[in-house]
Design a protein around this ligand. Sequence first.
Ligand code: GAL
Length: 663
Amino acid sequence: MHIGADYYPEHWPQERWATDARMMREAGFNTTRLAEFAWVNLEPEEGRFEFGWLDEALAVLAKEGIRALLCTPTAVMPAWLARKYPEALALGKDGQRLTWGVRKDSCYTSGALRLASERITRAMAEHFKDTPNVIGWQTDNEFGGPVCYCDSCRAEFQDWLRRKYGALDELNRAWGTHFWGQRYGTWGEIDIPMDPAGHNPSACLDWQRFHSWLNVRFQRDQVRILRQVCPQHFITHNFMGLFHELDYYDLAEDLDFVSWDNYPTLRTGQPQPRTRAASAADLMRGLKKRNFWIMEQTAGPGGWGVYSRNTRPGELRSIAYQQVARGADGMIWFRWRTCTAGREQYWHGLLGHDGRGLRRYQEAAQTAGELQALAPLLEGTTVKAPVAIIYDYDSIWAIRIQPGYAGNAYHADMARYYEALFRAGVNVDFVKPTDDLAPYKTVLAPDLYILPDEVAQALDVYVKGGGVLLADSRTGVKDATGLCHPRTLPGLLSDALGVAIEEYESLGEPGEPAGFSYAVRGEGDLAGPFTAIRTAEWAAPTTAQALAGYADWHMRPYAALTRNAYGRGVGYYLGTVVQEERFYDLLIARLLADAGVAPVVVPPAGVEVSLREGSGRRLLFLINHTEAEQAVDVPAGKLELLTNAATTGVLALGPHGVAVLQL
Ligand code: GAL
């Protein structure tokens, strides 16, 4: 297993390098990542390269058995480049170039930048291709910088549209330019749709896709060189979990595997079930349907101006185990030692400013030792989830451009289902709308706002063939170009779901003066009281059975939640957002019962369960995210791999405790 820390030899005197390398080896580390921000150190003047310092650092690391990933260092352009080629800096909406010095400030249609990126990539690849402890590459760093609004981006946008639509008539049709007299007579008339709240939603959607594609192309230019010069090396990139400015499926396509950067303690004052980091891990695994690495793992308090809370004893370890439980095969902490200079002086590494190996270092070392011992068993295993959630960047973008109801937000909606599945102890895969759904017993399609006919037809076939599908409000409103389908919703899913959405409305933001809610009442355990917030569809069941409706007088004819037996499967439809978490637990329980999915362990609150399987092994991870001891009912007579003890039927997990059962 690849374990280690992100290291910046260029930040420290050379006399210290040997100490760092020794301490890494003593911690059980075997891998580092180097040089993602070192462009100016490697090319101090245009076309003059200085690789000697990195050769020496690599040699020092090699002496202690430490391997390295190198990065294409393009996440921060040298000052000389910005000065000589000012067009390499992105242009803001206000017509001003970004001020150099905060990294991630590039215009990806700048020819000067693209050439410079290819030159440093090729020079590094040629120079380090045979260095024995270089094992692979990370492209750039966390793609997803600013959107650029310069003339060159505008011209490339026009070209991109020309390639996509072929004929101007086709673009005029796809964007619906008959509205507001927006018809284009030449490609050159097309402007950047700068105002996502005012410009044509179809144009805004294509502009977002174009921005994503520019990043993918910038990476692809580097990947092509690395593949050619260093065919023996792997190539990855450090993604940002649920970040959604780029289509991560596309960005992942050219890579061998995905890595991601995990900072779960930044947003939370207290330890808590880390459903966000869990769902991010599941998405990262889903991008290429294979295991991933953590390229930057939380090592201490983080922050640029104000730092966050510290990890409590055991928490750094439990954060790492959560990711391994969900498919991480590499664990690199960010960063090795806290830097004494620059904007990230307060972004803490395993070592403080003083360079001593204290508590956090020791906890990482303990984790590294345990993971190396587990590695032979982890080999060949991954998560094989019975449940899929469709994660669709087009829908995420289209909802942001035009939310419809107030407060409509993909991630909040998806999280309600995800968290209920997490509490139920069931693993989830994230999939594209066009993926094969056959492996899944149940599929959830939250906010599938953009619904091309082929996807709707595939979902229909899925349900007919025995699948259990859940869709919810505003499903299938638009086609792939962002035009509203001229049909009664849910359109081509009407048969599978057995409802007709006759009308719909926004309920406003709960708590705001104009906001209101409806009372939801259901049968049996769905009796409530539950509260419909944000959106309510006036949905008339056709063949579906209403499981819950609205108590308000004018809403009584309509259903809030329906279940439709269709073919050999079942289609659920939820036409509102329900405030109470318990509603989602009950809904998920029904879905899982229909789908015949039963978790191995139902965890107590605050405990996470995840199953890795393969190569004839099944490893069940249990992680206590609370600071109280937790008793978990587990199968008896199984080997707990961290203590080497057999389970008795109840397992005690201390604060931030972790267990791995071989089932
Ligand atoms: C990441 C980034 C690192 C470092 C870290 C802390 O997003 O890749 O370079 O900046 O955040 O801010």
